[in-house]
Every structure is written in structure tokens, then in C-alpha cells.
Design a protein around this ligand. Structure first.
Ligand SMILES: [Zn+2]
Length: 192
């Protein structure tokens, strides 16, 4: 049975609410699409922002569209160390009691009180793929990467969605630890 899992490495990025988008880019502003992503209907936008915490700043962080209910910043732990914040590992949109930051756009800046997280490593798949792999939505899997820097990632959360195709998402720290640039592959070794 083929238990191969394609892997993509996600760089730091930002999801914005429409209200925050308009503060940062101007009234009535709409994001412009740069490229499509694995998540249904999501896209990398042409627009970027700077993120600042105290005197430390990370520039040109990509925005992911479309707009969402709440603004959310997804960083790696290395970014968190650089910004001197304690970055919690969270599922998307679980933002209670997370650190804030200042977002700086071409037309304005905004201070978010919370919303900065390290995204919980996860696997996207369709219901058909989930059935083939014995996956259930929300369960945790273990995936071993290939190559000389082979590493096993545990607690990988399964996200079943009818518009998704099989793909595991890691952040850049996780990808770097596995000597993986942008993409790679692994295979399923365990289901908890
Ligand atoms: Zn993802």
C-alpha cells in the first residue's frame, strides 16, 4: 500500500481580516492573487507586510488570501526567537492568549493584541484519500521524511477536506531540520 505523503514547506505568512486589510492598504482594497495553494480557495497574494515587535522587525511577509474573520500571523520558532516572543503551537484560528505584533503596510499600521502563532504541523487530504490511508479528521499521524536528514514528525494533525489533495505542511524550521527546500516527501509510519 502506498503511504507516500507529499510535503510542502510553508514560509511565514499572514492572514488578514477585511478591516485590517483596509487599514493597511487603503479603503476598499482587494488582495491580488500571485499563486494558488493546496488549501481550497486560498492563494498567495502579491501583497506583503512588515511585522514588528518592540524594535525587531521582519520585512516582506507574504499575505495569504482571501480575507478571514480574524487576522493571524504564522511564524517559525526561529522567527519567534528573533522577535523575542514565546510562540505557541496552535491550529489555525485558535488565537486566544497568543502574542500580538504591529503590522506595517503601505497605507497604515495596526497593532494586533493577539494572533501570532506557530501553525500546528498538518496533513491535508480529500475524504477519498483519508479512507485509503485510514485517516479520520483531527487524528494525529507520524510521518518520516526521506533522504540523508531523514526525520520523523509526530503529532501531525489530519485535516480532511473535499477540495484538498494529499499534502503535509511543515514550517521552514521543520523543513530545514529535514534538509528540505520548499518541498519533499515522506511516508506514513504510525497513527496514534
Ligand atoms: Zn496547510
Amino acid at each position: 500500500m502506498d503511504k507516500r505523503i507529499p510535503i510542502q514547506v510553508s514560509a511565514r505568512h499572514i492572514h488578514l481580516s477585511q478591516n485590517d486589510l483596509e487599514v493597511l492598504f487603503g479603503r476598499g482594497y482587494q488582495l491580488k492573487k500571485l499563486r494558488s495553494l493546496v488549501e481550497p480557495e486560498e492563494f498567495a497574494a502579491k501583497e506583503t507586510l512588515d511585522i514588528q515587535v518592540s524594535l525587531r522587525k521582519i520585512s516582506n511577509v507574504r499575505i495569504i488570501g482571501p480575507v478571514r474573520k480574524n487576522t493571524q500571523v504564522e511564524l517559525s520558532h526561529t522567527d519567534g526567537i528573533f522577535l523575542r516572543i514565546e510562540l505557541p503551537v496552535r491550529e489555525s484560528e485558535d488565537l486566544k492568549k497568543t502574542p500580538g505584533a504591529v503590522l506595517i503596510g503601505p497605507e497604515g499600521r495596526i497593532k494586533i493584541k493577539e494572533g501570532v502563532i506557530n501553525a500546528w504541523r498538518h496533513i491535508h487530504c480529500s475524504p477519498k484519500e483519508a479512507k485509503e490511508l485510514n485517516f479520520k479528521n483531527g487524528m494525529l499521524a507520524s510521518v518520516k521524511t526521506k533522504g540523508i536528514c531523514s526525520i520523523t514528525f509526530h503529532n501531525v494533525k489530519v485535516q480532511v477536506n473535499k477540495n484538498c489533495r494529499l499534502c503535509m505542511h511543515l514550517d521552514t524550521d521543520e523543513g530545514n531540520a529535514a534538509c528540505m527546500v520548499k518541498k519533499g516527501e515522506g511516508y506514513l509510519v504510525d497513527i496514534v
